[in-house]
Design a protein. Structure first.
Length: 396
């Protein structure tokens, strides 16, 4: 998981909308446009800082709107500048978490997909600069001194937002533009001006910017379609499976299912190496399509050194519940020649139930040996496997 900061721009007047007010306050399916956009980022577990840039004259109105929708604690509100570029600069000044990627996004693009946000975060983490864009489908003509030239559309991309950058890079680009009095068409152009390569993540044609009254009608249709899909998915079930292995090591506690088991060796790993809880976490992440435990809690991150796997599983379970799921049932098996697991099975079961906010009756924990075959049979380590069924929470 790559955490990022989102700067959401909502300071423009949107004159082409012909609405007589900032289009961010226009209602789409009875919810203001800007709330639709903010909700995408508030619900994304990868986004841990949001800066909303608004018009100074509308600061109080926007603040009241955030309070009304219970977002005031999650969003930092700052005043923008005269031009869009000035507003981005004010947003950059307000960022607290300068060590992580910065996304710059138009408040009038409420339909950006979370999977594309994650792709962009991964790209910026590796390449430092990127944006969402889609291939141009129309034939594009260039008029030069009255003569038309046809451009090769296979080389053309329509830029979208968010556009993402390492903080120091985008801050340098804006400082340079500000010093020179230069105004670009987007933030990527300011970085390109520094001769830095900007990469592309292919986005979606649904990620439209609401600019005209016709766009507002499209947005209403999109939201209604989304609500229909949500209704259809309320009874949906998801299944995930997990498998993990840890070898034994001296001078380590033997922790399985969150319970410390007396044994002359413990399990080796970056965290506390709880093979069973790691397996359950992988099964849950697999069920919701969020990769595996190594992606979210990498062994290259010192903050997870000797981490309590119960706390890691709690975080994974937050991902599950945020997507509207609850536990259907869990079946897991610990594979070990030693230590003897039977005396601890019920305690482990109760602990897992607590971590997954479920009744113990929904959880089954088994233990088996491999009849002295293989690495577990030679008492070199332990393995575990799990299958989880998640079901839509009717209250979600």
């Amino acid at each position: 998981m790559i955490n990022y900061t989102a700067i959401i721009l909502a300071a423009g007047q949107g004159k082409r909308m012909l609405a007589g007010q900032n289009k961010q306050f226009l209602m789409i399916h009875d919810v203001p446009l800007i709330i639709h956009t903010l909700t995408v980022f508030v619900q994304d577990t990868w986004c841990n800082e949001i800066v909303l840039v608004t018009n100074e004259q509308e600061h109080t109105q926007m603040k009241n709107l955030l309070k009304e929708h219970s977002l005031i604690q999650k969003v930092q509100l700052v005043n923008g500048g005269i031009e869009r570029q000035d507003s981005v600069y004010e947003g950059l000044q307000a960022i607290k978490l300068k060590h992580q990627p910065v996304f710059i996004h138009d408040g009038a693009r409420p339909f950006v997909k979370t999977e594309h946000l994650h792709e962009l975060a991964d790209l910026v983490d590796k390449k430092r600069a990127g944006l969402l864009a889609v291939p141009v489908t129309d034939t594009i003509k260039q008029k030069d001194n009255g003569r038309l030239n046809t451009l090769d559309r296979h080389t053309l991309w329509a830029a979208q937002t968010p556009q993402g950058f390492a903080y120091d890079l985008i801050k340098e680009a804006h400082n340079s533009a500000k010093d020179s009095g230069y105004y670009g068409t987007d933030d990527a152009s300011l970085v390109e001006r520094l001769h830095y390569k900007v990469e592309i993540v292919e986005g979606s044609y649904d990620n439209i910017k609401l600019t005209t009254p016709e766009d507002l009608a499209k947005a209403e249709s999109y939201v209604k379609q989304g609500e229909t899909r949500k209704d259809a998915n309320k009874s949906m079930m998801r299944i995930g499976q997990g498998f993990d292995v840890h070898q034994f090591a001296d001078n380590r506690p033997c922790i399985v299912g969150g319970i410390t088991i007396p044994h002359d060796q413990g399990l080796l790993g970056h965290s506390d190496a709880d093979v069973l809880l790691h397996t359950i976490a992988d099964a849950c992440l697999g069920a919701i399509g969020e990769g595996d435990i190594g992606r979210h809690f990498p062994d290259t991150d010192d903050s997870f050194k000797d981490a309590d796997s119960g706390e890691l599983l709690k975080k994974v379970w937050e991902f599950v519940t945020e997507q509207g799921y609850e536990l259907g049932n869990l079946d897991c098996t610990v594979i070990a020649q030693a230590p003897k697991m039977a005396p601890y099975i019920e305690e482990i079961r109760q602990n897992i139930a607590s971590l997954l906010e479920s009744e113990p009756e929904r959880i089954n924990v088994k233990a088996t040996t491999t009849e002295k075959l293989g690495f577990t049979g030679r008492k070199e380590g332990m393995a575990s496997q799990a299958v989880v069924l998640l079901q839509k929470n009717p209250q979600a």
